[in-house]
Design a protein around this ligand. Sequence first.
Ligand code: F0G
Length: 457
Amino acid sequence: KLPFAENYRIKMVEPIYRSTREERENWIRQADYNLFNLRSNQVYIDLLTDSGTGAMSDRQWAAVMTGDESYAGSSSFFNLKDRVKQLFGFDYLLPVHQGRAAENVLFSVLVKEGNVVPGNSHFDTTKGHIEFRKAQAIDCTIDEAFDTTVYHPFKGNIDLNKLQLVLESYPKEQIPMIIVTVTCNSSGGQPVSMNNLRQVKQLADTYGIPVVFDSARFAENAWFIQQREEGYADKSIKEIVAEMYSYADGMTMSSKKDGIVNIGGLLAMRSKEWFDQASVYNIMYEGFLTYGGMSGRDMNALAVGLDEATEADYLEARISQVHYLGNQLIEAGIPVQQPLGGHAVFVEARRFLPAVPREEYVAQTLAVELYLEAGVRGVEVGTLLADRDPVTHENRYPSTEYLRLAIPRRTYTNNHIDVVAAGLINLYERRDQITHGFTIEHEAPIMRHFTVGLKKI
Ligand code: F0G
């Protein structure tokens, strides 16, 4: 058997600058030890996010050239609408400027004060849009997801007993929907099995509650089903996607991930009633129905991106690269969420840096150390992100503190990945010397991680 390589070759490149440790020490000090404050040219390899950072194909760029910028009735809208119907089976589409905008429009219709929305570890913006409406997001993820040392092939799964308890405990009118995030970003890019999706839909139907998929990384989820779930090895990714969405009533999507475009999102659904109501908010918040928050050229590129992202060869190259990084770390004994997820490697910071006190922001300490060591930018998914308790104003300490290394699609080579791995392994070898982290100098009342300023201890 021959080794597997990328299903593309490169015909345009963007130079990146390697920098010295001394330069990085200055830059990160000037940035108040907040990686969001760095300029991109101060970063050598940028693993802050896989959102909007991928490389478009020549087919996508060709589609950009034929974008139709008509205000109403754009042919690009119909290209996208046809693709959405073909892949997901939904008749109604509203384009929006990104994922959180889809949440804003849909939840304006569905979510009311006092409601509860069960799901599998809702993403921050999803939770934010629920809580902003004085409703509550209830996490029903399986317990295995929170123990990085336990193997489970589908750590994004919903615990059906937890879900049933929620559905029994509240009147139907108070539960506008169940949200299933595929793959589940918050628990480490972990997939949800087809069987779980089917059972969630069955349970939801008995209680008359609709199911919505948060679909940012739907194609990666389908790939894991093909690889790991019995009965799917011989099905195509597109067939698997079609079955997945037969268990949903609607979807929100940030197309900056598996849509492989730099900006954009969508909302799609089966119900004309939802569509009519959501249309009003789409026009108010985003734009007219046939462009929403997107230009014609971007809708065209997205229609092509969705087709490319649902090809098995693309997904194998993409996820192999994520696992290429993860496996190097695992071999070096570095604690990471296992099994490895689809879009990122989640390094468990408290087990990596046991000497750093929890109050000194362990995952942020590791993120800054990796930047200094190798010019690599990851992101803290830990105490800074978890924010303070709204009532007591005490720090909320999450059960796991992660440094997330998210890999952009079709952007870096495995040589870049080798640098990332070597940087982390160097740190791991001298982890005993890293004993202190940071205190907060200033912070915003919510979403503090974006703008927080830190001081070294
Ligand atoms: N849902 C999931 C699962 C996400 O991961 C994201 C974004 C969103 C919704 C919101 O989409 O950014 O287009 O408004 N995740 C990015 C990340 C920001 O880095 O994981 P958006």
